[in-house]
Design a binder for this molecule. Structure first.
Ligand SMILES: [Zn+2]
Length: 372
């Protein structure tokens, strides 16, 4: 933790002093945890930012993130100073009695309160949920800012990105396609992954944009939707990934003829290397079905054909049967994904030639009223 009471009952922020001054204070003062009020030790190593730690592990050190990494402390200090510099009312690690929680930062803006949690380590879903609920019950908006994962994902541009299930929970879904905002203390940059389009499993296509902490605004900037021109790049990447998938499935399928995807393809008389344009269409809420769209859409066609129907003629019960048959989780979201696909198919069927598929999908994903 970065802050503690000294013996004059004042909040003391060691990172603002030189190490030499801190060594003197350590001899002169005692420090107390703002939460449990137990005495804490001031740590002044050369590697980490000066901070406090409990002498022994207690209930409090479990509630509050102890053994905080250098990167976590660094990020907290940077975000704290950035908010202060912009004239915001901000508290560092305040203990909120009513919630028994201690967010990294608490920002008050026009009577609204925001708890900012800068998260560098993995956190269990239960803990995340519990803390978020604690804030929300007290009319505090929880903002989870995760540390930017290291690697090539931090390069600007439109690219394929693998996103861990934990980070997927931090998706911000107020825009057409969800986005994720992370912070990198090493470069003092916010990294946006925007317009995230689900491909399969934990793989997405997204636009990566970085913004230096000095240029960020609070509440954080909201990203813009990509343009139809940018979506062309998404489409290329998407189609390429689907082709690679079909190719590798064909090469490596151990189930052989038992593989429902390959079998359905064969039954429908479709060539895996040249799938028709209406197969492999990204749809809204498609992330609810973890398979490639080309995979579940072929199986859906086959399933419908056996019933003598087209995919957009299926009843809700039939869609549920379809999901069950392929061991896919039956959720409202998954059902809507199938409905969305049916809706797009119908449009492509009737309005063939007016818009190409890429444009159709763009319109669908961004719910723009089409003008003719
Ligand atoms: Zn404590």
């Amino acid at each position: 933790m970065l802050i503690a009471y000294n013996n004059q009952q004042q909040l003391f922020l060691p990172y603002q002093y030189t190490r030499k001054a801190l060594q003197r204070y350590r001899r002169q003062m005692k420090f107390y945890c703002p939460q449990c009020l137990e005495q804490v030790q001031l740590k002044i190593g050369n590697y980490n930012i000066p901070h406090f730690a409990h002498f022994t592990k207690n209930q409090c050190s479990q509630l509050f993130a102890e053994g905080e990494s250098k990167i976590h402390l660094q990020g907290k200090v940077q975000l704290y100073e950035w908010l202060q510099k912009h004239g915001h009312q901000v508290k560092l690690e305040p203990y909120l009695k009513e919630v028994s929680q201690r967010p990294d930062l608490l920002v008050t803006l026009d009577k609204e309160q925001f708890a900012v949690e800068f998260q560098c380590s993995t956190i269990s879903h239960e803990k995340w949920h519990q803390r978020t609920m604690g804030y929300e019950r007290n009319d505090i908006q929880a903002i989870w800012l995760f540390q930017t994962p290291q690697g090539k994902e931090a390069v600007n541009g439109i690219r394929k990105i693998r996103i861990s299930p934990l980070l997927q929970k931090a998706f911000i879904t107020t825009t057409d396609l969800p986005y994720l905002l992370t912070y990198n203390p090493v470069t003092a940059q916010f990294v946006y992954w925007t317009n995230l389009l689900h491909v399969h499993g934990h793989t997405f296509i997204g636009k990566v944009q970085k913004i230096s902490v000095d240029l960020q605004h609070f509440p954080f900037y909201r990203p813009q939707r990509i343009t139809p021109e940018e979506f062309q790049r998404y489409w290329q990447l998407y189609k390429q990934t689907c082709r690679q998938f079909a190719h590798s499935r064909l090469l490596h399928s151990k189930k052989g003829a038992q593989d429902p995807f390959l079998r359905n393809c064969y039954e429908l008389n479709l060539s895996l290397t040249a799938l028709p344009p209406y197969i492999g269409i990204p749809v809204k809420e498609g992330a609810a079905i973890p398979l490639f769209t080309s995979e579940w859409q072929i199986m859906l066609f086959y399933f419908s054909k056996q019933l003598g129907r087209l995919p957009f003629e299926l009843t809700k019960g039939q869609m549920e049967n379809f999901l069950c048959k392929h061991q896919l989780e039956v959720t409202e979201q998954a059902l809507r994904a199938i409905q969305n696909y049916g809706y797009l198919l119908k449009r492509m069927h009737h309005e063939d030639g007016l818009l190409d598929n890429c444009e159709q999908v763009y319109v669908h994903l961004f719910a723009i009223a089409t003008i003719y």
